[in-house]
Design a binder for this molecule. Structure first.
Ligand SMILES: [Zn+2]
Length: 273
């Protein structure tokens, strides 16, 4: 499932292609996509004729700023935003559920095998309150003090804490496991039990792993592709995620897998305390 790095890679690839361009035609074929509000026809009609003023990201959402309103794309488990340089090249398949045709000829398609994704409109001014997404971990506001404050008030396990989008934005199963390994923190620890030096290590690990993943254009486990259809190459650099049974790169102890909050969780019982 695309997490912050993958969504950021998508945003960076699409921005130079769509910002300043007008949406000349919009089609949304899957009613489920607009379940958060409006109908497929209503959302399509509302975006047609609008120009993309900016392309943003909040957590795992891509935000098309259309002026007073923003089109929000949540990719869910298997959503893909694919760019077709000209309408002539556009080849939708049975998993392509929506597309936007831009002035200048390019087409942006939305493809989603498992159909957990969403497209919806919100007034741009109310985005922050409506989305209820927590701190952006790559922003300067994500300080040790800010992280310490939210950790202190939470008795949930640190793995589940990292996955809670209302607390920290954009971290999913892959980067939660990878950050906890790099911070040397056992995923079963309670967030409120972390000492200040552990919080400092966790903040650094979260930022390092997210930045490194962006540099490597994200992790492709199965479905993730960038807008040009290319997989990311960060997955071979995972130290614990889906590496259970293989020796820890640091100490040689076999990586363990447990289920925590219904999510597969991977860690080294020697390196993480
Ligand atoms: Zn280890």
């Amino acid at each position: 499932m695309p997490e912050l790095p993958e969504v950021e890679v998508i945003r960076r690839a699409l921005a130079p292609r769509v910002v300043g361009r007008r949406i000349e035609e919009a089609q949304i074929a899957l009613p489920r996509l607009t379940r958060r509000g409006g109908t497929p026809q209503g959302v399509a009609a509302a975006v047609t004729g609008r120009t993309v003023a900016a392309l943003g990201r909040r957590g795992k959402c891509v935000l098309f700023d259309l002026g007073g309103e923003s089109l929000i794309v949540r990719l869910g488990m298997t959503g893909q935003l694919l760019w077709w340089e000209t309408g002539a090249r556009f080849r939708p398949d049975s998993h392509t559920h929506a597309h936007l045709r831009f002035s200048g000829g390019g087409v942006l398609s939305y493809r989603d095998v498992r159909k957990f994704g969403e497209l919806f409109l919100l007034p741009t001014a109310t985005l922050e309150t409506a989305l209820r997404i927590g701190m952006e971990p790559l922003d300067s506001a994500f300080t040790v003090e800010a992280l310490a404050r939210v950790c202190r008030d939470s008795s949930v396990r640190i793995k589940s804490f990292l996955l809670d989008q209302r607390k920290i934005a954009g971290i999913g199963n892959i980067y939660a496991d990878e950050a906890l390994f790099r911070a040397g923190i056992r995923p079963t620890r309670r967030a409120s039990s972390l000492r200040l030096e552990e919080i400092r290590a966790l903040r650094r690990a979260v930022r390092t792993v997210l930045r490194s993943a962006i540099r490597h254009r994200g992790s492709t486990i199965s479905d993730y592709r960038d807008p040009c259809g290319q997989p990311g190459d960060f997955a071979p650099l995972h130290r614990v995620y889906h590496r259970h049974g293989t020796p820890c790169a640091v100490c040689g102890t076999p990586i363990q897998r447990i289920v925590l909050g219904q999510r597969g969780t991977h860690f080294c019982s020697t390196c993480q305390r």
